[in-house]
Write a protein that binds this ligand. Structure first.
Ligand SMILES: NC(=O)c1ccc[n+]([C@@H]2O[C@H](COP(=O)([O-])OP(=O)(O)OC[C@H]3O[C@@H](n4cnc5c(N)ncnc54)[C@H](OP(=O)(O)O)[C@@H]3O)[C@@H](O)[C@H]2O)c1
Length: 257
């Protein structure tokens, strides 16, 4: 993937992995727009990094995605990279009825609906500009973390969708890249402890490894433990599935939430 001189939209780029990628893209001389739901966080970010463009937008809301697409196409007609990064993770107890059946789909709406809808809303400009889609899934697309069952299912869905997208866009000249991070130290993993046998990569390390792979032209990037999960899923699926259950069991909430 060409890594400079591009115009890049990063959904959920106001914190964590998305922000780390956004800042690296700025450093490499790209025009970068980040989105997030919280206005105050975006304002603070803009004050700290004036080169970043910030737009408040929620990927779970189709109307907000449509408004974002209209605004970006008009203000940034050279947009040629979409990084679908926004995501949420919730620990779930599947043994009790959920008090809120609509809320039970929150991760699906953000992690899957957000990726599919945002890609669709931007596909015309990405095709016109011979662009790149970068989808952020997870190593958990290969092996689920049973304490986060819906999250894991969303990442398997994004992995599958991304493979189909890559084939469909091949002849249109739109490159499709998937970044499948391992456990990374961000707000999302605040409840994780390294003592449980799941090492946490820093965002700096993730960016370093991912950009080396992006520069090399890789389209499915599995840094660190994600590659081991891909391998173990084939060599010893029963073993690795149980290992992730053991590592995450204590994160299952006591009641349905
Ligand atoms: N951390 C990990 O271990 C890990 C591992 C593998 C994959 N990933 C994936 O990497 C991506 C980023 O995760 P992270 O660890 O950086 O999480 P994070 O630190 O919690 O940051 C999430 C970012 O997404 C934004 N966001 C959340 N919901 C959104 C929505 N509905 N619409 C727009 N923006 C939204 C957040 O801002 P607001 O809250 O203000 O909206 C924030 O900027 C996710 O897709 C995640 O699944 C993470």
């Amino acid at each position: 993937m060409k890594l400079n001189g591009r115009t890049i939209l990063v959904t959920g780029g106001s914190a964590g992995i998305g922000l780390a990628f956004a800042l690296k893209f700025v450093e490499l001389d790209n025009e970068v727009i980040v989105t997030g739901r919280r206005r105050a966080v975006l304002d603070e970010l803009k004050a700290k990094h004036p080169k970043l463009h910030v737009i408040q937008s929620d990927v779970a809301d189709p109307a907000q995605i449509a408004a974002l697409a209209a605004r970006v196409k008009s203000e940034f007609p050279k947009l040629d990279v979409l990084m679908n990064n926004a995501g949420i993770l919730l620990y779930k107890n599947l043994k009790t009825p959920a008090p809120d059946l609509a809320g039970l789909m929150d991760e699906m709406n953000v992690n899957v609906g957000g990726v599919i809808r945002t890609t669709s809303a931007f596909i015309d400009i990405l095709t016109a500009n011979q662009g790149t889609v970068i989808n952020v899934s997870s190593g958990l697309a290969f092996v689920p973390l049973p304490a986060a069952p819906i999250y894991s299912a969303t990442k398997a869905a994004v992995h599958s969708y991304t493979q189909s997208l890559r084939f469909q866009l091949e002849e249109a000249g739109v490159e499709v890249v998937e970044i499948m991070p391992p456990a990374v130290k961000t707000n999302m993993t605040a409840e994780f402890s390294e003592g449980d046998g799941v090492p946490l990569m820093t965002t700096d390390d993730l960016v370093k490894r991912s950009f080396t792979s992006l520069a090399a032209g890789d389209v499915e990037i599995r840094p660190g433990q994600s590659n081991q999960l891909a391998l173990m899923r084939r060599l010893a699926p029963g073993f690795i599935n149980r290992q992730l259950w053991k590592a995450s069991r204590k994160l299952v909430p006591s009641g349905a939430e």
